[in-house]
Design a protein around this ligand. Structure first.
Ligand SMILES: [Mg+2]
Length: 370
């Protein structure tokens, strides 16, 4: 049994090594909050708010998450918990707000795993045989073919083998040129972030002809019918990211006759309980699955890696080493192995905690529970 004593929120700002550009805008830094749940025995579970500072990718922002956590989720935590999955049931009275709920649920799972003396992935029922996952590195939107080839060459020299490039109809010339070089396009996912909604069929056909591994989220998040029709026409598999807020969205796509590749970000679907439902459904239906990312700090990255060690993830996801994003991470960094993979944390619980010196210097908001 666990009883919680308090919830703490620590502001964190990490400058990105390079500005990150997508169809939604440019990001210069990661500005969010780490969330610490403390039990009445003094154990800590960690997570982070994975929302962005603006609602361009997802309706929630860091600010809306803080509001929901403080005023609607924290008051639900004043009770004895006799199982880790109870946390999701408890918070289910809050509609939507998946990223806010996920930040509480995922910290609670870290806490519970430590309470049980197991790693987070063991708590999630994941076999321990997969110790590493292949890294996949995401490139900014680029219209400069020389810069793009230079960046890819540098990343391949570092050991990366799988890539994702952001694309948009008014900025896909470099990708189209790349396809005419010797670059192995089957190692490249194209992520449109909904930007081909309203684009002409010709524009989509040109992207289709590149031979990329996947076209992720070409159309608007609620446009199931458009994606179903597009999937029939294109030869490149279609992935869904923004569309998938829970397992019900996968069931809808399947009912409409589409078998999309699913980009699973545990924070976007409300946490681990919903993620495990999605994994089960994908395995049952034979859908391909990849892990997504939100430019997380080491805390969020550790959570994603714990889940990504599940064998259901049969497509390379968006997990790169910490130094690809940040000069200095908030935790012990994740590094690229010689074979182009990243090791999944196997310590007690999450296997990563914030730098204690950083914690000492950072003022936090404390919400007392009980
Ligand atoms: Mg995406």
């Amino acid at each position: 049994m666990i009883r919680l004593a308090s919830l703490r929120l620590y502001p964190v700002t990490l400058d990105l090594v390079a500005p990150f550009r997508s169809a939604e805008g440019i990001q210069q830094a990661k500005r969010t909050y780490l969330l610490e749940l403390l039990s009445d025995e003094g154990t800590s579970g960690w997570s982070e708010i994975s929302a962005q500072n603006d609602p361009s990718y997802w309706p929630e922002t860091v600010t809306t998450c803080l509001e929901i956590i403080e005023h609607h989720l924290a008051p639900l935590l004043a009770r004895n918990f006799s199982s880790h999955v109870e946390i999701a049931t408890r918070m289910a009275t809050v509609k939507g707000n998946q990223m806010a709920r996920a930040s509480v649920e995922m910290a609670f799972f870290d806490l519970w795993a430590q309470h049980e003396g197991v790693s987070l992935s063991e708590l999630l029922g994941i076999p321990t045989s997969r110790t590493h996952v292949p890294a996949g590195v995401t490139l900014s939107l680029s219209t400069d073919i020389e810069a793009l080839v230079g960046e890819l060459t540098d990343l391949r020299r570092q050991g990366y083998r799988f890539f994702k490039a952001k694309v948009a109809p008014d900025a896909d010339s470099a990708i189209l040129e790349l396809a005419s070089t010797s670059f192995p396009m089957e190692h490249l996912v194209l992520d449109a972030n909904e930007s081909y909604a309203g684009a002409s069929g010709t524009q989509l056909d040109r992207i289709d002809a590149t031979g990329a591994a996947l076209i992720e989220q070409p159309l608007l998040e609620r446009d199931f019918v458009g994606h179903v029709e597009l999937a029939k026409r294109l030869t490149t598999p279609i992935g869904l990211d923004e569309t998938i807020s829970g397992v019900d969205d996968i069931i809808t796509a399947l009912r409409l006759g589409m078998a999309p590749t699913i980009n699973l970000k545990p924070s976007r679907v409300g946490g681990y309980v919903e993620s495990l439902k999605i994994i089960d459904r994908c395995q049952h239906e034979g859908l391909h699955l990849r892990i997504g990312g939100m430019l997380e700090t080491g805390i969020g990255r550790a959570h994603n890696l714990a889940l990504a060690s599940h064998p259901a993830f049969d497509r390379v996801g968006d997990l790169a080493a910490s130094d690809h994003y940040f000069a200095r991470d908030i935790t012990e960094p994740f590094v690229l192995s010689d074979d182009g993979s990243i090791e999944c944390p196997r310590g007690l619980g999450l296997g990563r905690t914030p730098d204690p010196n950083w914690l000492l210097d950072t003022p936090f908001l404390e919400l007392h529970i009980n």
